[in-house]
Ligand binder design. Structure first.
Ligand SMILES: C[S@@+](CC[C@H](N)C(=O)[O-])C[C@H]1O[C@@H](n2cnc3c(N)ncnc32)[C@H](O)[C@@H]1O
Length: 266
């Protein structure tokens, strides 16, 4: 791990391999396995790394332009197999200092392997840690970026609140959070899909009807909202995950919209 990122940590990692810090946070991660790795290796990571998805959409483009314009090191959270906004940042400014992170060791290991074998990109570090317990000191990080990272945490509303507390705590004063987060428009339809397929609903989903909006969550966490813009509004499909696939098969429409935010710690 290189500077400046290595200076921000408040405790040593559980282990370090090839310059990547691992904080043993898999219990908080999505349960990926070898079948996911096969898909990622079969071109998915390459496609994601070279995708124009966030550069072509005006709302996400504004986030990426703002990150590049600020020029400060940025930490991608819950980067997943898409790496969120980071590939777009690197496309516009290849030297921009980026640290991509996820709670899953498998995701981080596979990104390390992919980057080493396929790309010549520099200033792109990797680390495994959970948003529930970010291993950075208070007031150190100039900027975080995320694509549905906070939405992806477990434990429903409590998980969202804990992630936002940790992001806010570790951001420096006037630091930025650039994020795109999703809202389900019909949780009753989702619960029907879970019921009809005999699967356990995602934690917190049954209490989602009275959940606060993302705007409310960000304000409650102490952020100033510099911009809030619709990113996309669509129906959940089999391209998303197993739930989308089941919904399609059952003919149940699950609506979802995402908004792009530029937030500042004041
Ligand atoms: C659907 S992906 C999010 C999309 C991703 N940003 C992308 O661009 O592909 C969900 C990711 O969030 C990660 N995740 C879930 N909870 C987390 C947590 N508490 N801390 C860090 N990462 C987490 C999962 O391991 C998974 O890789």
């Amino acid at each position: 791990m290189n500077k400046p990122f290595c200076d921000w940590f408040s405790r040593p990692p559980a282990h370090c391999h090839d310059g990547v810090y691992y904080f043993d946070s898999d219990r908080d991660a999505d349960c990926f396995d070898e079948s996911d790795v096969e898909i990622w290796r079969d071109g998915r990571m390459k496609r994601n790394f070279h995708s124009n998805f966030f550069l072509d959409n005006p709302a996400s483009r504004r986030l990426v332009d703002h990150i590049v314009g600020q020029g400060v090191p940025v930490v991608e959270i819950a980067c997943g197999p898409g790496m969120g906004l980071t590939p777009s940042v690197k496309r516009l400014a290849s030297g921009h200092l980026c640290l991509a992170t996820d709670a899953s060791a498998l995701v981080i290991k596979e990104w390390k392997r992919y980057l080493d074998e396929n790309e010549t990109v520099g200033n792109l570090e990797l680390a495994q840690f959970s948003l529930m317990d970010i291993p950075f000191r208070d007031n150190t990080v100039p900027a975080y970026s995320s694509y549905i990272g906070i939405s992806s945490t477990r434990n429903g509303e409590e998980g969202h609140e804990q992630a936002l507390r940790e992001i806010y705590r570790t951001l420096m004063k006037n630091g930025f959070l650039y994020t795109i987060e999703t809202t389900w428009t019909d949780t009753e339809a989702m619960l029907r899909v879970f019921r009809e397929t005999g699967k356990t609903p995602w934690s917190g989903l049954d209490s989602d009807q009275c959940a606060p909006t993302w705007r409310e969550r960000f304000l409650n966490a102490g952020f100033e909202i510099l911009s809030e813009e619709m990113f996309e509004s669509r129906t959940f499909t089999s391209d998303d995950n197993e739930l989308g696939e089941a919904a399609e098969q059952l003919g149940i429409e699950i609506g979802v919209f995402s908004k792009a935010y530029i937030l500042k710690k004041v």
